[in-house]
Design a protein around this ligand. Structure first.
Ligand code: SAM
Ligand code: SF4
Length: 500
C-alpha cells in the first residue's frame, strides 16, 4: 500500500474521476464520451485536453460509461498497483461493451505508451491505444475503429505541448486550475518509468501560458498550479519571426545563452524564459491570482527561483521538493544527480530566502540494496527538514527502467513495508508539529467551497498549502480571500474562524 498525505497535485480522492463538460452548441455529433483519469495532476490536465479535442469533433460527455459510445481511461504506470487498478477497471467496462458492441474502448496515457500494441493482445476489449503525445490524432483513430480496425498511436514527440488547445475545465470549482507548462522528462531517475512513457522534456510557449492564466483569471479563477515533471528546468526560447526553426539536433545542442532578466518585456528579440522568469510573468497577471507549481527537482531549484517566490506575495510559499532518499549512495543508484549535502544546501537556501515556506517531499523505501543504516539517513533527513507533507512509497520495480535492468529488487517486501510504516509514522508527527506551529496565527485563505463534512463550514488553502476549515461567514463566498485565525489543528487541517 502506498501511503500519502493528500494535496491537490496527486489527489487520491480524484482517482478514477470522470470528466463532465457542458455540450458545445452546434457541434453535436450525437455521440457520448466517457473519460476517467488516474495518476498525477498531469494526467487529469491531459484529460481536459482530450475532452477539448473531442468536444471540437462534436462529442458530448457523460458520467455513466454504460451510456457512452466512447469510453477512455487515462492511465498511470508509476507503480505496479496503479496498473493493476486500471486492469480491474477495464474488466468492469467489459460488461458494458457486451451490451453495446459498438462501444469504442480506449486506453490513453502512460500505460498505453508503456505497453503499446501489446495492450491490444492482452486486453481483448480495448480498441484504441493512444500515448500522451498523440491526442490530436484521436478523432482519426476513432474513425479507424468505426471502420472496423483497431488503432494505435504511441508516437512520442519532441515538440508537442498542446499549447494552442485551451483545455475545457470540468469538475472544476471555478477557482483553482492546473496549467501544464512542460511535458516529458529528461532526468532518467533509475526507478522511474516517466521518461519512457512521456518522452523528452519540452517547455511550452511562455506567451500561451500567460495568456491561459490571464483568461482563467478573467473567468474568475483565483489560483493556478503550474504543472510539469520538473518545472524548475523550464526553459523556452521565443522564436524570432524571421529565423528558421532549429532542427531537433540544433535544439538539443542549444544552451541557455541569453536568459531573460526578471520582468523584462519579451519584445521581438529571441530570448530565453527560465522558470524564475515564467513565475514572475504569471505572478504579474494579477496580484489576486495565486500561483503554485509542482514538481521541483532539487538539482534545478536555484536561488533565482527562491528570490522570485520571496518577491511576490501571490506566489505561494510552498515547495514540493522530492528527496526520494536521504542517503548519498542510494541517491547515486537512483541517478538523482544530487547528494545529501546538495539537498540540505537547497533546504537551507529555502529557509534563508523564504523563512515561512512550507516544504513537502516524496520518499521511497526499500530501493535496491538499501541497508538499515541508509534507510536511517532518510529518517534523519525527515528530522532535519521536518516536512509539512510527504508522499511515501515502497519501491516498485518497473519493467524497462534503468534500475530494473541494473539492480536486483532485493529488499524483502516486509522490510520495505516496515520502513514505510516507520517514515509514515514520523511524518504524521512532523505534519502535526507544522500545523501546531500555526496555532494563534492568522492565515490568508482562498475560499474554495463548503467543507466535505458540513455546509456550515468553508474550506480553503493557506498560502503554505494547508487545508483550513472555518464557519461560513456572511459577506464571504468561494473565490474570495479570508483572514482566518487558527484555533485548533489536526495533523492535516487547520481549524479556525474568519477575523477582519
Ligand atoms: N517528477 C517528479 C520528481 O522527480 O519528483 C515526480 C514524478 S513521479 C510521478 C512521483 C513520485 O512517484 C516520485 O517522486 C517517486 O517518489 C515515486 N515513484 C516513481 N517511481 C517509483 C517506483 N518505481 N516505485 C516507487 N515510487 C516511485
Ligand atoms: Fe521520474 Fe525522475 Fe523525471 Fe521525476 S525527475 S519524472 S522521478 S525521471
Amino acid at each position: 500500500m502506498d501511503l500519502l498525505i493528500p494535496d491537490k497535485v496527486h489527489d487520491e480522492s480524484r482517482q478514477g474521476e470522470a470528466l463532465l463538460l457542458e455540450p458545445v452548441v452546434g457541434k453535436n455529433n450525437g455521440r457520448k464520451l466517457y473519460i476517467e483519469s488516474y495518476g498525477c495532476a498531469m494526467n487529469f490536465s491531459d484529460s481536459e485536453i482530450v475532452a477539448s479535442i473531442l468536444a471540437d469533433s462534436g462529442f458530448e460527455t457523460t458520467s455513466d460509461f454504460n451510456n457512452a459510445d466512447v469510453v477512455f481511461i487515462n492511465t498511470c504506470s508509476i507503480r505496479e498497483n496503479a496498473e493493476v487498478r486500471v486492469r480491474n477497471r477495464l474488466k468492469e467496462f467489459a460488461g458494458a461493451k457486451s451490451k453495446n458492441p459498438g462501444m469504442v474502448v480506449g486506453v490513453l496515457g502512460c500505460m498505453a505508451e508503456r505497453l503499446k500494441a501489446k495492450f491490444l493482445e492482452e486486453e481483448k476489449l480495448v480498441d484504441v491505444v493512444v500515448g500522451p503525445d498523440a491526442y490530436r490524432d484521436l478523432p482519426n483513430l476513432i474513425e479507424q475503429v468505426d471502420g472496423g480496425q483497431r488503432a494505435v498511436n504511441v508516437l512520442l514527440s519532441r515538440e508537442e505541448t498542446y499549447a494552442d488547445i485551451s483545455p475545457v475545465r470540468l469538475n472544476s470549482n471555478g477557482i483553482n486550475a492546473f496549467v501544464s507548462i512542460m511535458r516529458g522528462c529528461d532526468n532518467m531517475c533509475s526507478f522511474c518509468v516517466v521518461p519512457f512513457t512521456r518522452g523528452r522534456e519540452r517547455s511550452r510557449d511562455a506567451v500561451s501560458i500567460v495568456k491561459e492564466c490571464t483568461d482563467l483569471f478573467n473567468q474568475g479563477y483565483r489560483e493556478v498550479t503550474l504543472l510539469g515533471q520538473n518545472v524548475d528546468s523550464y526553459k523556452w526560447k521565443k522564436p524570432h519571426p524571421a529565423s528558421p526553426q532549429p532542427s531537433p539536433k540544433e535544439r538539443e545542442l542549444e544552451t541557455s545563452s541569453e536568459v531573460l532578466s526578471s520582468g523584462e518585456d519579451l519584445g521581438e528579440a529571441p530570448k530565453t524564459v527560465n522558470f524564475a522568469n515564467l513565475l514572475e510573468m504569471v505572478a504579474l497577471v494579477n496580484p489576486e491570482l495565486r500561483v503554485r507549481f509542482s514538481t521541483s527537482h532539487p538539482k534545478d531549484i536555484t536561488d533565482e527561483v527562491l528570490y522570485t517566490i520571496a518577491k511576490y506575495d501571490n506566489i505561494c510559499n510552498y515547495i514540493h521538493l522530492p528527496v526520494q532518499s536521504g542517503n548519498s549512495r542510494i541517491l547515486e543508484l537512483m541517478n538523482r544527480t544530487y547528494d545529501r549535502d546538495w539537498y540540505i544546501n537547497r533546504i537551507d537556501a529555502i529557509r534563508r530566502i523564504i523563512p515561512e515556506c512550507a516544504i513537502s517531499t516524496d520518499m521511497i523505501t526499500g530501493f535496491c540494496t538499501e541497508t538499515d543504516e541508509e534507510h536511517n539517513d532518510s529518517v534523519s533527513m525527515m528530522d532535519y527538514v521536518k516536512y509539512d507533507f510527504a508522499y511515501m512509497f515502497k519501491y516498485s520495480e518497473r519493467p524497462g527502467t534503468l534500475a530494473a535492468k541494473r539492480y536486483a529488487d532485493d529488499i524483502p517486501e516486509v522490510v520495505k513495508q516496515a520502513r514505510l510504516a516507520e517514515i509514515v509514522a514520523k511524518q504524521q508527527q512532523y505534519s502535526f508539529y507544522r500545523m501546531q506551529a500555526r496555532l494563534g496565527r492568522v492565515e490568508k485563505v482562498l475560499i474554495e467551497g463548503f467543507s466535505k463534512k458540513s455546509n456550515n463550514d468553508y474550506c480553503g488553502r493557506s498560502d503554505q498549502n494547508a487545508m483550513v476549515i472555518f464557519p461560513v461567514t456572511e459577506g464571504y463566498k468561494p473565490g474570495q480571500y479570508a483572514n482566518v485565525l487558527v484555533e485548533r489543528t489536526t495533523s492535516a487541517t487547520l481549524i479556525g474562524k474568519i477575523v477582519e
